[in-house]
Write a protein that binds this ligand. Structure first.
Ligand SMILES: [Zn+2]
Length: 441
């Protein structure tokens, strides 16, 4: 059995020492208070005994739903009355079908699902962009996106049987289930459909992904807009609740009024400072390139056990802030209507006197740790000669090295995926990466 999550979180926050990964996907249940439990998974399920059935916050993912439900059932046999979705990401809703199936098997009413009013539109978007979302998730977790292009057509991104909300609300919703009172609050942040909930009887907040024991997932390079200002506002609104128990959907629950307020205020201030610096630079006429290479988050902030850039990272958040207040154009006139990658690659190959010097220089830069320039050169080489095995061999080595130099899962995953795509070309698994993607996207 793992250490109790509250013991671990208290020690890590108070010492400032990152002892162990706080996102523990154990599917183990821990009781947090009388009638309140968490199953740590991807994502967590928080269960509260209302006296009239269980209320769950999130349902975990499709792959983890069964294990989570099994742990929950060793703790309580009460029917699940209500599931509150903190937001519509699949790792929070995909396991709902397990609870629906369980209810059907036992001839109990199907759990009622509550979500914010924008949540159904998210599910509709997932259905409309099913192939895209499967590709980007593969990439985020490092898979060979091209090799999987044909498979992903066969199964939907939104898992079959996922429960859609029965009840939606716009800004706030007060509910009473049995003896349990809940105040649901809509906020923007990681998504546009987030709910955080104040449970006054337990002095408790269920925060969803507004706090994840990682640098906020506010810059995700492949996904839709995130909202850093409103995100910080929601953390400040939670901070003044004087909660005694704070339960996020990833990472560890936190106990203690002052400790909770302190953590929320630090994360809020980090986002506010970053937004302030980017906007100030935009106002001064800076380009995106200037900003990305001049604005940063202090290293001691990123060393906090709940702000490590191991999932998302500040550089991606800066780009997201630019997109939110600016547009997609980065301010470089050559990139307003750029040539195709192939055209610029061919030109560079001609200037270099062939593909070989370009590959050689890219490998030299990679060995010297100049990964940013190295990757630019090898992408131009592969754009110029996409069928060259020599290019793909070098590209595989270059992205392998780059992955090792990164901290965030998102950067590591995308670079590992690029390596996997080139490996698939070298081994003949995919005849030619780019064409496969072009035909099916
Ligand atoms: Zn999540």
């Amino acid at each position: 059995m793992s250490e109790h999550p509250l013991t671990l979180s208290t020690r890590m926050i108070d010492s400032g020492v990152y002892e162990t990964a706080p996102n523990r996907i154990t599917n183990e249940l821990s009781e947090l208070a009388d009638g309140v439990a968490i199953v740590e998974s991807f994502s967590h399920v928080v269960a509260i005994d209302s006296g009239d059935g269980l209320v769950l916050f999130d349902a975990s993912s499709a792959p983890t739903g069964k294990a989570v439900a099994a742990s929950l059932r060793r703790w309580s046999d009460e029917p699940v009355d209500t599931i509150v979705y903190t937001h519509g990401h699949l790792d929070h809703v995909g396991g709902s079908r397990v609870f629906a199936a369980e209810a059907a098997e036992r001839s109990r009413p199907r759990p009622r699902v509550i979500g914010q009013a924008r949540l159904p539109a998210r599910f509709e978007r997932y259905q409309a962009t099913s192939g895209y979302n499967q590709t980007i998730n593969l990439r985020q977790f490092g898979g060979a996106a091209a090799a999987a292009a044909s498979e992903r057509q066969d199964r939907p991104f939104l898992p079959q049987g996922t429960l859609w909300p029965d009840v939606t609300y716009e800004d706030e919703l007060s509910e009473r289930i049995g003896e349990l009172r809940m105040e649901l609050h809509h906020c923007l942040g990681e998504t546009d459909d987030h709910t955080w909930t104040w449970l006054p009887d337990h002095g408790m907040i269920c925060a969803g992904d507004q706090f994840i024991w990682n640098f906020p997932n506010c810059g995700n390079p492949q996904k839709v807009q995130r909202y850093p200002v409103e995100w910080a506002e929601s953390l400040r609104a939670m901070a003044v609740c004087n909660a005694e128990l704070f339960v996020p959907a990833h990472g560890l629950p936190i106990t203690g009024r002052d400790r909770i307020r302190h953590c929320l205020e630090i994360v809020a201030a980090t986002l506010e400072t970053l937004v302030g610096q980017v906007i100030e630079a935009m106002n001064s006429g800076a380009s995106l390139d200037d900003i990305v290479h001049s604005v940063s988050v202090p290293a001691d902030t990123l060393a906090l056990p709940y702000l490590r850039p191991l999932y998302d990272e500040p550089e991606f958040v800066i780009r997201n802030i630019w997109r939110l207040y600016g547009g997609w154009w980065d301010g470089n006139p050559a990139r307003l209507k750029p040539p195709s990658d192939h055209a610029i690659g061919v030109e560079l190959v001609a200037l270099a006197g062939g593909i070989a010097p370009l590959i050689e220089r890219a490998l030299e830069l990679s060995a010297a740790g100049e990964h940013r320039v190295s990757c630019q050169l090898i992408e131009l080489a592969v754009a110029a000669e996409p069928e060259s095995l020599a290019v793909h061999e070098a590209r595989s080595a270059i992205y392998g090295a780059r992955r090792g130099a990164e901290t965030s899962l998102m950067a590591k995953g995308i670079f590992r995926s690029a390596k996997a795509d080139s490996d698939a070309v070298v081994t003949g698994e995919v005849p030619e990466t780019r064409m496969v993607l072009k035909l099916s996207d």
